[in-house]
Write a protein that binds this ligand. Sequence first.
Ligand code: B12
Ligand code: SF4
Ligand code: SF4
Length: 377
Amino acid sequence: MRSPPVPADTIRAIAHDVGFDLVRFGPADPGEHGAHLMRWLELGRHGEMRYLEDNLDRTLDPTRWRPGVRSAIALAVDYGGPPGQLADGARIARYATGRDYHRWLRERVFKLRQRLEAEGVPYGSMNGGTDAVPVLERALAARAGIGFVAKSAMVISPTHGPYLQLAELLTGMDLPPDAPAPGSCGTCTACIDACPTDAIVAPFEVDARRCLSYTTIEHRGFAAAELRDKQGDWLFGCDVCLEVCPFTRHSPRRLVEGAARPVELQPHAAVTSWTLIDFLQLDEARYTNEFVGTAMRRATRSGLRRNAAIALGNRRQESALPQLRDALSDEDPVVRGHAAWAIGKIAPGHPALDAALRTEQDVAVLRELRAALDAGP
Ligand code: B12
Ligand code: SF4
Ligand code: SF4
């Protein structure tokens, strides 16, 4: 069923009014990007993100998600800004420093949907959301002209740069498609050269299993040994391939700081006042009460503590040795194992490692303790 037409300019005006910086119209399906996704999955580059295999039929053919959809309203918010830094300078990906975008961006999509319903578009002829939806969002954004697909795999707007959160509302309307966005990477390879883990395995192709955004957020359990050093002091996610990109300077919000930023993009207290040691010691009560509404919960409490231990080790932070030593008797083997790894980096052969070796039962932690002892002094 086709929805009654609403003037394209009216739709754009409403979408801007509910808070989207960029609004473009394009096809509702991913087109040739679907083949890229299939190949990527076949190569296993999604690691343990099995949810990407679910709903594949809907991702490739959006009419299976919402029958009758014909066009996508592709939407983006510029979240450029100062680096996400803890009180001790350790780093967090910018997208995660404020309120959880899954919530506020989804609310904006719902508002847009409600406002279009008020204009006469049947509510049931639309469906949308952000991130956690069976949609290849970069494909829809690129096809609608929000930006071009870059070598880092990011969709980059020539006017706003790469720090874009994407969302979309699929509709049964035939909307006039926008032109592709101008611009390209040209001969630049800065992101490929700078990626700390060589996760950009070819232009436009990221192997998620190597990407710090995957290893620090999506991956559960012990971190791959060869990637720990490369994590540096990133606690959650990574922005390196965006930071080095020359298009980053185009973000109008890049230099907007503090209270001048939209409230959703203002840094959370756990980002501005916490340290890596606080994250290492994160207890269940603080995790449950103080992280509500942040995207950081995605990494789980165990994952955040693991990441903090790795970052402390990489910093060779001697002041964290007492807390790392306590963590050797933590109830979580992942925390114990990575505390051992970190102590091995900061103080190779530390006597606490030998003491823990005598009581430890977990095979994986024992391996970490032995490796840390073998490292020195
Ligand atoms: C899974 C996922 C991840 C995974 C895998 C990332 C990846 N590159 O595939 C991990 C956890 C690593 C990740 C990391 C990040 N993510 Co992410 N992620 C997703 C998610 C949920 C699905 C992406 C997906 O399907 N990937 C599979 C691959 C095949 O598709 P793709 O990356 O979209 O690749 C496209 C192009 O590269 C192209 N392509 C692929 N191969 C080839 C080959 C050739 C030759 C050509 C020409 C094109 C081409 O086709 C693909 C489809 O358009 C989307 C949300 C969504 N529902 O789409 C967010 C999303 C892509 N992520 C986003 C963000 C912000 C990030 C991070 C910056 C977060 C951070 N700072 O830590 C990093 C960036 C890492 C990077 N360089 O890609 C944004 C991207 C915004 C933008 N401007 O592009 C999205 C859209 C979420 C959102 N709603 O805003 N992410
Ligand atoms: S987010 Fe970091 S680790 Fe992932 S591809 Fe970009 S630079 Fe590499
Ligand atoms: S750093 Fe260079 S190659 Fe990478 S996305 Fe930006 S322009 Fe493209």
